[in-house]
Design a protein around this ligand. Structure first.
Ligand SMILES: NC(=O)c1ccc[n+]([C@@H]2O[C@H](COP(=O)([O-])OP(=O)(O)OC[C@H]3O[C@@H](n4cnc5c(N)ncnc54)[C@H](OP(=O)(O)O)[C@@H]3O)[C@@H](O)[C@H]2O)c1
Length: 278
């Protein structure tokens, strides 16, 4: 019998690629997005049901899950992919910006899970994949709020994996490194926030940070292909994979560093790499 996946954030990036990957493997796909009226590609493919879902709205989540079930009868896998980033010092964000990022990246994931899990329990099987980030494994300057959201979802995932295993439901996280999607363009930064001192510091550290990242990318000579993430999502749903997964050459490199040295040494090494010397 055909299987069905529901994916959040299918308008671009990993979500769109994952929708196409599952479809090409013979799955039914409930491809959800905030503005389905703008979609021109997925709605032309067989067995893809494009529908509206804003992870910050209970009503929207309930309707998308219910309409998806009406269309395909069941949901075998859920991919919580919708999310966004933002760089700035903690003080630079407004309280509204901080709450909004948690609303999407953390409470959005919980909201969709809570709507889908009862159906998975009824069928005694299912897979839930939460897309986190390497920022969910490690801190980075200018990344405190985003890192807090993704770290929260790594913890959520590990606990959920234990809670839901007895019901035949697998829960896994995938932490991507940096990939060229709409992620940077859709990031909610606020470099104008905070007082003069914090603005000067964030401008200086941000410029240095970008130079280091560009140098690392030039040295590695590799362009990260977002398809890698879509393939990893499919693998995590269809293969026996661990709870925590990473994807991307930079993610592998950083995880290698995390695993090979005491945590404080890793933090000091990153500081040395990323903070300007004067
Ligand atoms: N690209 C990277 O380097 C990277 C690295 C680590 C982790 N990630 C994570 O990967 C996930 C996907 O990001 P991406 O790189 O594919 O970026 P992307 O191209 O910007 O895609 C993000 C998707 O999330 C959707 N979204 C945002 N807020 C939403 C909401 N309230 N409800 C429903 N959908 C919402 C966006 O929809 P709209 O078009 O409506 O805005 C878009 O479809 C995110 O969770 C991100 O944090 C990305």
């Amino acid at each position: 019998m055909e299987k069905t996946v529901l994916i959040t954030g299918c308008s671009s990036g990993f979500g769109k690629l994952a929708a196409k990957k599952f479809q090409s493997e013979g799955w039914n796909v409930i491809a959800t997005m905030r503005s389905p009226e703008k979609e021109t590609e997925l709605n032309k493919l067989d067995n893809i049901f494009v529908t509206a879902l804003d992870v910050t709205s209970n009503e929207s989540v309930k309707k998308a899950v219910s309409d998806g079930l009406d269309k395909f009868g069941k949901i075998d896998a859920l991919v919580n992919n919708a999310g966004y980033g933002g760089h700035s010092f903690l003080e630079q964000f407004t309280e509204e910006q901080i709450y909004a990022m948690f609303e999407t990246n953390v409470f959005g994931v919980m909201r969709v899970c809570r709507e889908v899990l009862p159906h998975m329990r009824k069928q005694k099987s299912g897979s839930v994949i939460n897309i986190t980030s390497m920022a969910g494994y490690m801190g980075l300057t200018l990344t405190s709020t985003y890192s807090a959201t993704k770290w929260a979802v790594e913890g959520l995932t590990e606990s959920m994996a234990m809670e839901y295993k007895p019901f035949g439901i697998n829960v896994k996280a995938i932490a991507p490194g940096a990939f060229g999607t709409n992620f940077v363009a859709s990031s909610d930064n606020n470099f104008e926030g905070g007082d003069d001192e914090i603005q000067t510091a964030s401008a200086k550290i941000g410029a240095h940070f970008m130079t280091v990242v560009q140098q690392m990318q030039e040295q590695s000579g590799q362009v990260a292909d977002p398809q890698e993430v879509a393939d990893k999502i499919y693998e995590c749903v269809t293969e026996d994979m661990p709870v925590h997964n990473i994807v991307g050459a930079d993610a592998e490199m950083l995880k290698g560093m995390i695993d090979s040295m005491p945590r404080q040494q890793f933090i000091d090494t990153l500081d040395e790499m990323l903070l300007p010397k004067d």
